[in-house]
Design a protein around this ligand. Structure first.
Ligand SMILES: Cc1cc2nc3c(=O)[nH]c(=O)nc-3n(C[C@H](O)[C@H](O)[C@H](O)COP(=O)(O)OP(=O)(O)OC[C@H]3O[C@@H](n4cnc5c(N)ncnc54)[C@H](O)[C@@H]3O)c2cc1C
Length: 492
């Protein structure tokens, strides 16, 4: 049995449901929709339009049935961001065309369901790469913009929203509004990072990054304790295009904070003797077998190992082997470096029959070295050791609901079984209060646990108020909603 977020608000009684003469529900569209982290899911009425007209038809069907509509991209949010149990879900994965591509300028226009994989595989041979990518390439551009994703280069490149030239927003009223930093800018900065509550992004134009090779120059470093780890990551961030850290989530006391850090840089023109080779899709492909075993079989084989004792051993082994490689320099493809997690398809299934919750805090630089060890120690005390801990460096950005701060993020992966959900919630609540006191923010794409009060304290009451005002202007009937939006943003 997997965990259930039972108190996630279902589709509430809304003005939509007060409408007279509701039509019968389209039961032929009932499908189970599940959060990426497998902790929550249930039946939703799923519409998969391929055109803007198809989206409007789904809106009408929802109105007629007195239901709200949640937008879904690739379904890679860990929690309830695209869930809407017993109500409508608009799955945009069929709207994935590349609409325009200019290989001279690197400007691309896409439909919202195009994935990061679709984009990089389309443009790489022309010497371009998405300037900001998440740890999986299965994310759609619509989902990437709604969450305003960050990469391992956030401290330098900012979030994806900073590379958007324009988006076209379909409002629940049926208008298509062009938004950019100079046109309808208030809405631009709210829709990007707005988690699908203000309208549907139906197209986006993005400036890609010029690259002269499909390779990165990568360096690996081992660090011993929290202060050293954070200082070193900061140092690497100042002089490298990418910097990221893996932390041993089982190391406590004197060993707490020991980590393996990686920095990486794009190659300059002329540095790669065979750019035509490394800039090909084939070169970037990740092998589908390991020691002759198809990687698709790995999650099932790994399942018995995803337990505290074995994960402690694996974390320790990883640290010790990383330490032996301290100072090692090598070249790695852009895709394998950025999408390491995609190298094992459906790796999350190794957590079954439990679910996978990621708890990620974004904490100001000055309070991170105090907060992070406390969070990990607290998790251990409550019987939830983090199986994976990842560290990144960030900087603030101008978006209304920004999750970034001038500091670090720590992402902790927990295996949570349904019967321990309440216990986990109480831990998460304690961690959140501590993190809030340290000035932290949170990333809704990963969240499963925040209350609306906690979210408001993190992002600020003014930002929440401004979002709600835009919402009542663009969507007065409250058509667009989701379990996440009702849990953290749209509650009074
Ligand atoms: C393995 C893994 C690694 C990850 N690594 C990172 C990382 O490094 N950095 C990072 O920032 N994130 C990361 N994420 C999180 C992921 O990038 C976000 O959850 C992203 O939003 C998922 O995009 P999606 O297309 O799957 O959208 P979904 O998860 O389906 O939806 C996400 C949100 O976008 C809204 N939405 C989707 N399409 C539209 C649209 N067209 N118009 C308006 N709203 C829309 C939905 O309503 C929902 O609120 C990771 C996720 C996974 C599973």
């Amino acid at each position: 049995m997997v965990a259930r977020v039972e108190d996630s608000p279902r589709d509430p009684v809304s003005p939509l449901q007060e409408a007279q003469h509701l039509k019968p529900l389209p039961t032929d569209r009932l499908r189970r929709v599940e959060a990426w982290g497998m902790t929550v899911g249930g039946p939703c009425y799923v519409f998969r339009p391929s055109t803007v007209e198809g989206i409007l038809d789904a809106f009408d069907a929802a109105r007629n049935a007195g239901k709200t509509v949640a937008i879904k991209g690739g379904g890679n949010s860990y929690g309830d961001a695209f869930l809407n149990r017993e109500a409508f879900v608009l799955d945009l994965s069929r709207m994935r065309r590349i609409l325009e591509w200019n290989p001279a300028t690197g400007v691309i226009q896409v439909e919202p369901g195009a994935t990061i994989a679709d984009v990089w595989q389309y443009v790489l041979e022309d010497g371009w790469w998405p300037p900001v990518v998440s740890g999986t390439a299965a994310v759609t551009l619509g989902g990437a913009l709604a969450a305003n994703i960050h990469g391992k280069n956030n401290y330098r490149a900012g979030p994806i929203g900073e590379h958007v030239r324009a988006v076209w927003l379909l409002t629940p009223g049926g208008d298509v509004l062009p938004l950019s930093p100079s046109q309808n800018s208030e809405l631009f900065y709210a829709v990007i990072g707005g988690f699908g509550g203000l309208g549907v992004v139906v197209a986006a134009e993005i400036q890609l990054k010029k690259v002269y090779s499909g390779l990165l120059d990568v360096s690996a470093f081992a660090t011993g304790r929290w202060v050293e780890t954070l200082d070193r990551l900061d140092e690497l961030a100042q002089s490298n295009d990418y910097a990221v850290g893996w932390v041993d989530g089982f190391a406590l006391g004197a060993k707490a904070g020991r980590a393996i850090l990686h920095s990486a840089n794009y190659l300059k023109e002329g540095d790669d003797p065979h750019p035509e080779e490394s800039l090909s899709v084939e070169f970037q492909q990740i092998p589908t077998t390991v020691f002759g075993i198809p990687k698709t079989a790995l999650p099932r084989l790994l399942r018995p190992w995803v337990r505290p004792l074995t994960m402690r051993w694996i974390n320790s082994l990883k640290y010790r082997s990383g330490k032996r490689q301290d100072g090692h320099r090598f070249r790695q493809g852009l895709a394998p470096f950025n999408f390491l997690l995609d190298s094992i398809p459906n790796w999350k299934h190794a957590y079954r029959p439990a679910g996978l919750v990621q708890y990620q805090v974004f904490t100001p630089k000055e309070s991170s070295s105090q907060l992070f060890p406390s969070l990990i120690a607290m998790a251990h005390e409550h019987g939830f050791p983090p199986f994976l801990a990842v560290l990144k460096r960030h900087r603030p950005d101008p978006f209304l609901l920004s999750h970034a701060v001038d500091g670090y993020s720590l992402a902790l992966d927990f295996r949570v079984h349904g019967k321990r959900w309440e216990k986990f919630l109480s831990l998460a609540n304690e961690m959140t209060e501590l993190a809030l006191a340290a000035g932290s923010r949170f990333y809704l794409a990963k969240d499963s646990v925040l209350s609306s009060d906690q979210y408001e304290r993190a992002v600020g009451a003014d930002a929440v108020q401004q979002y709600r005002e835009l919402k009542s202007r663009l969507d007065p009937e409250g058509l667009l909603s989701s379990e996440l939006l009702r849990r953290v943003l749209l509650k009074d």
